[in-house]
Design a protein around this ligand. Structure first.
Ligand SMILES: Cc1cc2nc3c(=O)[nH]c(=O)nc-3n(C[C@H](O)[C@H](O)[C@H](O)COP(=O)(O)OP(=O)(O)OC[C@H]3O[C@@H](n4cnc5c(N)ncnc54)[C@H](O)[C@@H]3O)c2cc1C
Length: 509
């Protein structure tokens, strides 16, 4: 018996299913769940199909290994192949990446919106977007942390950055009385993080939407130029293919995230005259500096990430301290066996921090036979130089905060025991391929542009040349936001849902 009305999981399904609806939505993350709630509110008959499972708040806790297995795609171990390759993570569960994300919720910077407008996107100015940002923030309780929920790791990093005279902002997060348990990336165990799992998904279901979880969409179906729905299959426990799913719909909204969306569209035989489907991938490369302090930091107490250093955003650099859970920290520590054990024994005295780069290079998603969607990425020389500069700035702030030594995110994990040694180490060229990078912000692989020669969709997410087919996720971004992207995904989905509702007679939904 499902705990939410309208939710069906693989265990509830005995045989093949064929269903009809007005709009079918692929994916229940930031874009898909928002679309589902907005369209359901307007009275559209909505079906959501989600590849991942339904995991309620009560099932979340401190076990990162379980979370990686149940809530993430490929156990959080995606790889964008290149020199260097970039490790990346995406959510795969009801609620998508919003279930495992850090909850930072920021509006798209005005300069980014202006760039997108100048590039060929309409109705994207700051005044155009303001009502949707306000609605997104209201719906997801975006605000500052309650006092007493900020951890010592964040305070140390802030103190170091302020000692350098840099601008530091407290994070705005989609949370209601976050208790600072620092389990964001395992799924919030108190439900304080207002992810899609506890906001738009139940809202859409209570308004009549149906959600099929553990069900992977294989293809978008068409008759001539018009879309007719999707086909897919349920995934049994252990990953076995289960019954088949057919949804007949008059509008199809693809919101599988910036890797899966272009892969699904391409394997459905869709092409974009712009040649940009699956290309133009940005991923905000991140690097992590590990700092050891003499005092107990207990970084695992207090919110995951409380501040952002905004001093260097004009250079495309954002610096943050983000506490990593023990398995995640162990994964990036050097060595193994006793050596790794000795480093991890200092877990309580560690602060992890680093730069996020608004990237100028791009990558690509391709369907590789037998392997599925594969990601390729080329880090530009200028972005590599910015990562190195970001590492140096992060290190300076950490030493200003009292760090005793740093481990740097380059092959061989060089160690710096003071600002002088850090400067000396980084004054030598750092080979690009030696930089250890990861990403949690994938964007741009079905970019919007009113000109079909330059974009996959129009300014409101409709696929050029295929009426009734929409994209509603981070794939739409024409370029990187330079900042946490979730609120941009949500606000765009709200804006595009309104446009779709205004034109609903065209699609008979
Ligand atoms: C660990 C982590 C931390 C992050 N922290 C932040 C943060 O603090 N602030 C912020 O702004 N952003 C953060 N992000 C990024 C943010 O969560 C994403 O940018 C945002 O959720 C993207 O929304 P989306 O709709 O494009 O995709 P997602 O939210 O990823 O949702 C896509 C959904 O589609 C499903 N799907 C894909 N293909 C199919 C298919 N074929 N059939 C059925 N279902 C399918 C997936 O399983 C998934 O559930 C973080 C991400 C991660 C992974």
């Amino acid at each position: 018996m499902s705990p939410l009305p309208g939710l069906v999981g693989q265990a509830d399904v005995g045989g093949d299913i064929v269903v009809d609806c007005g709009a079918v939505i692929v994916g229940s993350g930031a874009g898909g769940a928002t679309m589902a709630a907005e369209l359901s509110e307007a009275g559209v008959d909505v079906i959501v199909i989600e590849e991942g499972g339904y995991h309620p708040t009560e099932s979340f806790g401190t076990n990162s290994c379980r979370a990686l297995r149940t809530l993430y795609r490929d156990g959080g171990g995606g790889m964008a192949v290149g020199r260097p390759s970039v490790l990346f993570a995406e959510g795969r569960c009801v609620g998508g990446s919003t279930v495992v994300n850090g909850g930072m919720s920021w509006r798209t910077p005005a300069r980014v919106l202006a760039r997108w407008a100048a590039g060929g996107v309409t109705a994207i100015s700051e005044p155009d977007m303001e009502p949707y940002f306000a609605r997104a923030e209201g719906r997801h309780s975006v605000g500052l942390q309650d006092p007493g929920t900020v951890g010592r790791d964040s305070e140390l990093f802030r103190g170091g950055a302020e000692a350098k005279g840099w601008t530091v902002l407290p994070n705005r997060r989609n949370q209601l009385h976050c208790a600072g348990t620092n389990n964001c990336t395992n799924g919030c165990p108190t439900g304080a993080k207002r992810s899609m799992l506890v906001t738009s998904v139940p809202r859409a279901l209570s308004l009549g939407a149906r959600l099929f979880a553990d069900c992977r969409v294989d293809r978008v179906t068409r008759s001539g130029a018009a879309v007719t729905g999707v086909t897919g299959h349920f995934i049994r426990q252990g990953g076995r293919a289960g019954p088949r799913m057919t949804v007949r719909a008059r509008a199809v909204i693809v919101a599988g995230g910036a890797v899966q969306t272009p892969a699904l569209l391409a394997r459905s035989g869709l092409r974009s005259a712009s040649g940009t489907l699956g290309r133009n991938l940005s991923l905000h490369p991140n690097a992590t500096v590990i700092a050891f302090f003499d005092e107990d930091v207990t970084g695992w107490q207090g919110v995951h990430q409380a501040f952002q250093v905004r001093e260097f955003t004009p250079e495309g650099l954002l610096l943050t301290a983000t506490n990593l859970t023990p398995p995640m920290l162990a994964g990036i520590m050097p060595g193994h066996g006793r050596e790794l054990g000795e480093l991890m024994a200092d877990y309580n005295r560690v602060v992890t921090a680093g730069p996020l780069v608004s990237d100028s290079g791009t990558g690509r998603v391709r369907n590789v036979p037998g392997l599925g969607a594969q990601v390729f990425y080329r880090l530009t020389d200028s972005d590599a130089a910015r990562v190195v500069r970001g590492v140096e700035l992060t290190g300076q702030a950490l030493f200003a905060a009292g760090a005793r030594r740093l481990l740097l995110p380059f092959d061989g994990t060089p160690e710096a025991r003071g600002p002088g040694e850090l400067r000396r180490l980084l004054s030598r060229p750092v080979p690009k391929r030696s930089i250890q990078l990861y990403s949690i912000h994938l964007m741009g692989t079905a970019r919007m542009n009113d000109d079909p020669r330059r974009g996959v969709t129009d300014s409101f997410g409709e696929f050029h040349g295929v009426p009734g087919l929409f994209v509603a996720d981070a794939s739409l971004f024409p370029g990187p936001t330079g900042i946490n992207p979730m609120e941009t995904v949500i606000a765009l989905a709200m804006r595009n849902a309104r446009q779709l509702v205004e034109r609903r007679s065209r699609y008979a939904i």
